[in-house]
Ligand binder design. Structure first.
Ligand code: DGJ
Length: 707
């Protein structure tokens, strides 16, 4: 999968359908050759061209086309690596020191290119991992200070990715805000530099660390797309650039503008992976490549299905007690729920968002005998028990803050800005991380807790670490590493524990947190219509298995919109189904319909959560939206179809199905009708949506045995 031609100095990384080639140029710098369709090593060597003559004294080296453009020499693009040495010198000069190709696991190999600076004691190694079952290539960088003086990394990106010269470039990414995450944007890539970033200390609702680039011609089903995603849950920055001479590329890594990484003598900085994938199959194929990669190589329990969960937040708010929760749990069990999650409000003085965060003992007035009786009742009803926690936070009105006011992010001479009446605990401090790990592992162990919803409800501010001179610089990366460390230790202590990543909805969804959790809460916005757009953006990179999606009550708390229960279910069934309504107020009819839809979801969730996703028709105000989930072997498929507004006379367009066995016939499990796959694929299926607004359907087709 990784080969090397010593004469030309070309390395070729081969994935099942793509190639990536690079070499070290005459100056010692690692340079990009190819990222695209398959090539042999000999073919890749054709791409080596001798350097052209200098065109003017103003250009310098090409800003796109190096594997990790450094600040140094005649480079004027955005640097991926920017170094300041103790004597004030800047720049890095590449001196190659060799390479290794390691078989790092079954079907998996890693190329390591080793370099050092020509004059200063600094080593840099570039890492590339390829696998036999995915076109995703993971790249990361390790920088090591081998001297006896401090070095500052003003920028230390994971990797830079270069595209071939194209006539035009288009950038796809997501923007958003709280309760409106993952809004897909697809616009022409501007000339110059475009920065996508989070300065909030978390991945953020406002942007997500992935990009897709194409020539402006790719569709859902066709065309070349280059995409990359950063596995990191703190502040981050991806800078795309489009040069006047028609090149484009991007660099990405941890931290935002103005942050630096101090490297003490002997210290090493390992960046998180910045994974990339190329496809010729359009946006649908690139999403499927990310989904398959996440399921196979990111999630800790790839073979499991997300259970149907109930969460009490929208039903009760902070008004949580043993009696009320037991009543909800009984109803949830009748609906077919498998995991019952108690949300915020169960601990300390937490009656609203003004007090109690940090005091993680059950509130005695609400749980007089602790959590034990409720956990037992939930287990007795045949469900798993889950609990909401927000370990990184503290209300100033809490015993924890009164005891440890120095544990929060702050600068001594600055105010401590509160958001949602809370401050951020400095998880970069090992005593704080150890404290969190201590109470969490005790809580989980003592009560047999099966699931944690790990929440994080505010952005950083005054992100200082008094007492350490370089604290503010170390804080960002160390915070995330310690967060990961606490989660990893908890999971090691309690192998059956499953975790949901939440940050006021979808503020912390990325490949880094997904490598140590099982699912994510995609948004606090549970309005089915709004959700369709949020889920469309979420699913561009992250699989439905990870996308928590609840059915809640109407009128929706946030939007005031009322849509039928069935439509709400069908939207939530496109992810990891949950229920968040106040079940004590559901009518007998609603409970019956809900139970039937939960049962239906269970019969098809293997397709939703582990199947291939085809977005047959994207969400739109006045057209049918259809998603299809199909088993890898084509044995079954599920269609979820939605129409928000019914308009007399609008064209009825059949949807053409994908991924079926072309010669087979498929039986509709509800109606018994049998269809030829050839017709479904080439001519399409008319979705039988009921009349009226907010119409939806689920069609499950199963391949007939061969005659
Ligand atoms: C934000 C989460 O996204 C909600 O689901 C809920 O858990 C609240 N926090 C609780 O404070």
């Amino acid at each position: 999968m990784i080969s090397f031609a010593p004469d030309s100095g070309v390395w070729l990384l081969a994935t099942p359908h793509t190639s990536y080639a690079l070499r070290i140029d005459e100056t010692g710098a690692p340079c990009h050759l190819a990222w695209g369709p398959r090539l042999t090593l000999a073919e890749a060597e054709d791409l080596v061209v001798p350097p052209g003559p200098e065109t003017s004294s103003f250009e310098g080296r090409d800003p796109v086309g190096e594997e990790l453009p450094v600040d140094g020499g005649t480079r004027y693009g955005p640097p991926s690596l920017q170094v300041r040495f103790a004597d004030g010198s800047r720049a890095f000069e590449w001196q190659p020191e060799g390479h290794d190709i390691e078989e790092s696991g079954p079907g998996e190999s890693v190329l390591v290119l080793r370099f050092r600076d020509r004059r200063y004691p600094l080593q840099v190694s570039l890492h590339y991992r390829v696998r036999a079952d995915t076109d995703v290539i993971e790249r990361w960088t390790v920088v090591r200070n081998t001297g006896d003086e401090a070095v500052t990394l003003l920028r230390a990106d994971s990797a830079a990715w270069a595209l071939p010269p194209l006539r035009d470039y288009r950038l796809s990414h997501v923007t958003g805000q709280w309760s409106a995450e993952s809004q897909l944007r697809r616009d022409q890539l501007p000339y110059g530099e475009t920065v996508l970033t989070s300065r909030r200390g978390i991945t953020s609702h406002h942007a997500n660390p992935w990009v897709m680039l194409d020539a402006g011609e790719a569709t859902e089903d066709h065309g070349r797309v280059w995409s990359a995603a950063l596995a990191w849950s703190g502040s981050w920055r991806i800078t795309t650039q489009r040069t006047p001479d028609g090149r484009a590329g991007f660099t990405g890594g941890v931290g935002h503008d103005g942050t630096t990484v101090p490297l003490a003598p002997g210290e090493e900085f390992t960046t998180p992976p910045f994974a990339g994938v190329f496809t010729e199959g359009g946006f649908g194929a690139v999403s499927r490549a990310w989904h398959a990669f996440t399921l196979a190589h990111v999630l800790p329990h790839p073979d499991e299905f997300a259970p149907v969960l109930y969460n009490s937040w929208e039903a009760t708010g902070f008004d949580v007690d043993e009696v009320g929760q037991k009543a909800l749990a009984e109803r949830a069990a009748e609906l077919g729920v498998e995991l019952y999650v108690v949300d915020d409000g169960w601990f300390g003085a937490r009656r609203n968002d003004r007090a109690g965060l940090g005091d993680w003992t059950p509130a005695p007035d609400r749980f007089p005998d602790g959590l034990g009786p409720l956990v037992d009742a939930v287990h007795g009803l045949g469900m798993r028990f889950g609990l909401w926690v927000e370990p990184e936070m503290v209300n100033p009105d809490s015993d924890l803050y009164r005891t440890h006011p120095d544990w929060v992010l702050h600068f001594p001479e600055r105010p401590r800005s509160e958001l949602r009446n809370q401050l951020v605990l400095n998880f970069a401090r090992s005593d704080v991380a150890d404290w969190a790990y201590g109470w969490l592992t005790r809580l989980v162990g003592e009560h047999g807790i099966d699931f944690l919803k790990w929440d994080m409800n505010r952005a950083f501010s005054e992100a200082g670490w008094p007492g350490r001179q370089d604290g503010a610089d170390r804080l960002g990366p160390q915070y995330v590493r310690n967060l990961y460390g606490v989660v990893d230790r908890l999971r090691a202590d309690h192998p059956a524990l499953r975790i949901e990543s939440c940050s006021g909805g979808g503020g912390r969804v990325d490949l880094g947190i997904l490598s140590r959790t099982d699912q994510a809460w995609a948004s606090d916005n549970t309005d089915a219509a709004d959700r369709m757009g949020i889920q469309h953006g979420f699913g561009q990179v992250y699989p439905a298995r990870t996308m928590g999606s609840w059915v809640t009550d109407v009128p929706n708390q946030l939007t005031g919109r009322t849509v039928p229960l069935r439509f709400r279910f069908h939207v939530a069934m496109a992810g990891a189904l949950g229920i968040g309504g106040d079940l004590t107020h559901w009518s007998e009819e609603e409970l019956r319909e809900g139970a039937a839809l939960v049962a239906e979801y269970k019969s098809v969730r293997h397709l939703v959560q582990h199947g291939r996703l085809d977005r047959l028709s994207p969400p739109a105000e006045d057209a049918e939206a259809v998603v299809q989930y199909t088993a890898a072997d084509g044995a079954e498929t599920l269609l979820l179809g939605y129409r928000r507004v019914s308009r007399h006379g609008s064209p009825k367009v059949p949807v053409r199905l994908r991924g079926l066995t072309p010669t087979a016939r498929y039986r509709d499990t509800r109606t018994g009708t049998v269809h030829h796959a050839a017709v479904l694929g080439a001519y399409g299926l008319h979705l039988d949506l009921p009349a009226g607004d907010w119409a939806s359907t689920a069609v499950h087709l199963v391949r007939e045995p061969e005659a």
